[in-house]
Design a protein around this ligand. Structure first.
Ligand SMILES: O=C(O)CCC(=O)C(=O)O
Length: 249
């Protein structure tokens, strides 16, 4: 935050807009559009809520590459304040990715049909995917801003690593819709100016009156976000205790 203006959180080559949903009601209206929610809930066979959301930009990088992964998982802090992710094999839900810039390369990639076999494994190496599933990789490159991809979050997917000679960022909105049995997810902070305009269905989708079960992405201690890691590593235990305290409030 600089001079009271919201900015972004930088993590692993990505820049995440700070408090994404607070920027405009249009973002909320888009992510909670009744037609969209109807399709999602038909698929999930349950009421859903927004458990994770973000607008982020990514650019080309040789060193920072998103791994192949699934998102049918929950995250939480254990008793010692350690960040843990746990895959929920029987869960199914939806992730929406909407491109906010034209995307030539570096688009979302999904392995077709992987929701049937991914199970509770969270990560796959590029070698494994290349050798076994090359023909099944669907890549959403060369798409205009506004292209929206909706997929079952049990599918193995990633953002394609790429080299962008023009050095243009890919900007995308991401939203994860989870079934009612799944934890609430990330905190949502909204400006008072448009809270009254939200419908009761939007309030439900945004988890009004419910306690968040995790923190906003990117999740991690400052020692993971900041280059001067040594400084934060020394304070790691204090910071873990602090995070634990916030979640227990
Ligand atoms: O940006 C993408 O294309 C994929 C994003 C993703 O898989 C994630 O953030 O978990």
């Amino acid at each position: 935050m600089i001079n009271g203006q919201m900015g972004y959180v930088s993590f692993s080559g990505y820049k995440y807009l700070f408090q994404t949903l607070s920027w405009s009601k249009h973002i909320i209206d888009f992510l909670t559009h009744p037609g969209l929610i109807e399709v999602i809930e038909e698929f999930t066979e349950d009421k859903v809520h927004i458990s994770n959301y973000r607008i982020y930009s990514s650019n080309s990088s040789k060193s920072k590459k998103m791994g192949w992964h699934t998102d049918n998982k929950i995250d939480f802090y254990d008793e010692d304040g350690n960040f843990i992710t746990k895959t929920i094999k029987e869960d199914k839900g939806i992730i929406l990715i909407s491109y906010l810039s034209d995307v030539i390369d570096g688009g979302t990639q999904i392995i077709e049909g992987s929701h049937k076999w991914a199970g509770d494994k969270e990560y796959w190496s590029s070698d494994e995917v290349e050798s076994k599933y090359k023909d099944k990789i669907i890549t959403f490159n060369n798409r205009k801003a506004g292209t929206t991809i909706i997929y079952d979050y049990r599918c193995v997917h990633r953002a394609k690593p790429y080299e962008n000679k023009l050095k243009e960022d890919r900007i995308s909105a991401f939203c994860q819709y989870s079934r009612s049995s799944l934890p609430v997810g990330e905190p949502i902070l909204l400006p008072t100016e448009f809270v009254d305009e939200l419908t009761s269905e939007q309030k439900r989708l945004l988890n009004f009156n419910k306690k968040p079960s995790t923190l906003n992405w990117p999740i991690g201690g400052p020692w993971e976000l900041y280059k001067r890691e040594w400084f934060f590593k020394k304070r790691k235990d204090d910071i873990k205790q602090f995070i634990k305290k916030i979640l227990n409030w």
